[in-house]
Design a protein around this ligand. Structure first.
Ligand SMILES: Cc1cc2nc3c(=O)[nH]c(=O)nc-3n(C[C@H](O)[C@H](O)[C@H](O)COP(=O)(O)OP(=O)(O)OC[C@H]3O[C@@H](n4cnc5c(N)ncnc54)[C@H](O)[C@@H]3O)c2cc1C
Length: 477
């Protein structure tokens, strides 16, 4: 944080001698707000809101994580963790100790078990690259630059999820440093409660230093995008929704309405105009029927068509999410079956009718996502059919206009909403308040009880927080 930061917070003022002592125990940097490098160390993808810790520790491995957690505990400070920082908007904490895991990278394949052990800060692109020569793929999402551990422990909606389920459903073991500073190797056999809770409850129980995940035998996809002019949005959305009801579980897709900014960076024909994009990722054993499956969409006459076979190592090109950090505000909802009225409602509230520019996207759920995993976990809301995301960039509109516009759209969609949310997509203003909605009610209750065992003082609270149950009255959590 620069000294000219107008919103400078008041650090608690940790004794410099104690910071020095911690720095001796830790191989990575240990920085306070006064130190050069503090801003870089706490920076993540989301620029809108970032952590402002009293102390940031750039962990290089498990020993550094343990030292940081023990230090925080002994000073009664909360602990936050950051991988690539895509989720910080809405949950970024003020004060406490932030552990940055970006130096903790590494992938170790076990080709007998078709698994990979992945260190805390490793991004998906590294796992995809390592697994591909063995004919395997991980359950990565639309953007391969996300960190594996936070994505997976929050559920993890993959391009392959309609066929295989959530990424969390494929976790075999977890190494975690709990609030008492202990490193635990957690499996279904060794610690069933914590294993259940971590897969869905993510950072509420400790700092995960590595996970072992299952890989699937996928090398090639049929995928890409189809773009349509904004004028045909109603027809394209209606057709798309009917189409999703007919496709096999191997077909994952989404539909997005976006507006091109009126700036010279875009071709004149697109500037200031709306477009509709359908993204496809088909992951069947044979891709021979792919062209036939997408024919009803192609019949709508796309203006751009990039569909074709591609290696899984290029799966990131389907969504082509921008790698550069951004000022982003997002709202989200899980929806059930959608009809023509739902589509009209969405389009009536979207640009050019909306007061602020925003993108909205529906991702098709269902398939294996709707089924319980082989080993139960805390990931909830498996009955939803679509995920709605509404995203605005703060460079293009004021936050005081963006929030009401997003709220209006989410409220208008209430008749189709399941009331639930996916933790990985809860980044907006109300993220911290919405945590319960990520879980089935009885699972949320169980999470609070497990939290009371492993983190009774709520050391891990600078997150989508699940408070510990009150042991005298568990229902008061
Ligand atoms: C462009 C884009 C595309 C996306 N696509 C998808 C998608 O296809 N599917 C999907 O499911 N999600 C998707 N997401 C959401 C994404 O999965 C989450 O934002 C996820 O948290 C990102 O990981 P990260 O490393 O940036 O997390 P961070 O923002 O660094 O951390 C997120 C949370 O995880 C916790 N955490 C981080 N590291 C650890 C650790 N080692 N131990 C315990 N807790 C930890 C943190 O405390 C924090 O609360 C997308 C997000 C963006 C911005």
């Amino acid at each position: 944080m620069s000294s000219s930061d107008p919103q400078r917070f008041q650090p608690v003022g940790i004794d410099p001698a104690e910071v020095k002592a911690l720095a001796k125990r830790v191989r990575g940097p240990v920085l306070t707000p006064e130190d050069e490098g503090y801003d870089t160390e706490r920076a993540g993808y989301q620029l809108a809101r970032q952590h402002r810790p009293d102390l940031v520790v750039g962990a290089t491995g498990t020993a550094d994580v343990r030292a940081a957690v023990e230090f925080a505990r002994s000073h009664a400070l909360p602990v936050a963790v950051q991988g690539t920082g895509h989720a910080s908007a809405g949950i970024a904490g003020e004060g406490g100790v932030l552990i940055n895991t970006t130096r903790m990278t590494g992938v170790r394949l076990n080709l007998e078990a078709n698994t990979a052990w992945v260190a805390a800060g490793t991004r998906w692109d590294e796992v995809i690259h390592e697994a591909a020569p063995a004919g395997l793929a991980p359950l990565s999402g639309s953007y391969p630059g996300l960190a594996v551990v936070p994505y997976t422990l929050a559920g993890g909606l993959s391009l392959l999820s309609r066929r295989y389920g959530y990424a969390a459903d494929h976790v075999r073991s977890i190494d975690v440093v709990t609030a008492d500073g202990r490193l635990r190797h957690v499996t279904e056999e060794s610690c069933p409660d914590l294993f259940w809770a971590l897969r869905g409850g993510r950072d509420n129980f400790g700092v995960v230093t590595g996970i072992e995940i299952g890989l699937v035998p996928i090398t090639t996809l049929y995928g890409g995008s189809l773009q349509f002019p904004g004028e045909s949005a109603a027809e394209v959305f209606d057709t798309y929704l009917r189409w999703t009801a007919t496709v096999p579980d191997e077909m994952s897709s989404s539909i997005m309405q976006m507006s091109y900014p009126d700036i010279p960076a875009f071709p004149e024909a697109l500037r200031g105009r709306q477009a509709v994009n359908i993204r496809i990722a088909y992951a069947a054993d044979t891709l021979d029927d792919a062209e036939g499956l997408v024919e009803p969409l192609r019949a709508l006459g796309p203006t751009s068509d990039t569909l074709g076979q591609l290696p899984y190592t290029e799966a990131g090109s389907i969504y082509a999410d921008p790698p550069s950090p951004g000022f982003i505000e997002a709202g989200t909802a899980l929806l059930g079956a959608l009809d023509t009225t739902a589509v009209r409602t969405l389009l009536d509230l979207a640009p050019p009718h909306a007061p602020v520019p925003h993108i909205f996207e529906l991702r098709h759920l269902g398939g294996r996502l709707a089924l319980p995993p082989a080993v139960a976990n805390a990931v909830g809301n498996r009955d939803a059919r679509y995920l709605l995301n509404v995203v605005s960039r703060l460079e293009r509109a004021d936050i005081t206009e963006i929030r009401p516009a997003h709220k209006r759209m989410l409220e208008a969609l209430a008749p189709w909403s399941t009331g639930g949310r996916l933790l990985n997509f809860m980044n907006g203003e109300d993220a911290a308040k919405e945590v319960r909605s990520a879980y089935e009610p009885k699972d949320y209750q169980r999470l609070t009880e497990i939290k009371a065992v492993y983190d009774p003082d709520n050391t891990f609270r600078l997150n989508h927080n699940i408070p510990p149950a009150d042991p005298r009255n568990p229902r008061l959590a």
